[in-house]
Write a protein that binds this ligand. Structure first.
Ligand SMILES: [Zn+2]
Length: 189
């Protein structure tokens, strides 16, 4: 048994199993069929069952039926579970909770969180400490929330920062200048 493993998109599977999957000939299955009672059946592209059209979610934008309702629900649950465990998604939830129901908070997406964290190399903007659980906060409270005005901080720094009214008064000039430079790089990147 080959114990070496490779990372696939969905799961980690053994190399031997991955090779067999690649070499296996692709079976061409009919997408449509007619039931003995004359009802039209469609093949689910995920579970390969032949099902009546009522087992699929209707869509105005799709010309073909893909996954059945059961498979679509499972895929959606798996997607949401994966999102919940994503650190960027957790940071986005915390950011939105503190930012309130503003248009700017709604526009802030998981990809924006990732861009800001990458710009600061996964470290706190103020202490430059690598933190396991970073929190994203609005840098200047007077400016709207957008990727050019959000910084990652440790949870303790973030709690103190939320009470700050003016960053120039609260932090050393060097720290403010360094953070502003990094934020400008986020905007140009
Ligand atoms: Zn299915």
């Amino acid at each position: 048994m080959n114990v070496k493993k490779i990372n696939c998109v969905r799961a980690t599977i053994p190399v031997a199993a991955a090779a067999t999957r690649v070499q296996a000939p692709r079976m061409r299955l009919a997408l449509h069929a007619t039931a003995p009672d004359g009802a039209s059946l469609h093949r689910c592209t995920a579970c390969a069952r032949m099902l009546p059209v009522t087992h699929f979610y209707a869509s105005h934008t799709k010309y073909r039926l893909h996954r059945c309702k059961r498979c679509a629900t499972r895929a959606q649950r798996a997607y949401m579970a994966a999102r919940r465990t994503s650190p960027y998604f957790r940071m986005l939830c915390t950011l939105r909770r503190h930012a309130g129901r503003s248009e700017h908070a709604r526009r802030f997406q998981e990809a924006d969180v990732a861009a800001v964290v990458r710009a600061f190399h996964g470290r706190s903007a103020l202490s430059d400490k690598p933190a396991k659980r970073l929190v994203l906060v609005r840098w200047r409270p007077s400016a709207p929330l957008h990727p050019g005005n959000a910084v990652p901080l440790t949870s303790r720094e973030a709690a103190a920062h939320r009470a700050v009214r003016c960053v120039e008064d609260a932090y050393p000039a060097a720290a403010v200048a360094r953070t502003d430079t990094r934020l400008r790089q986020t905007q140009t990147a």
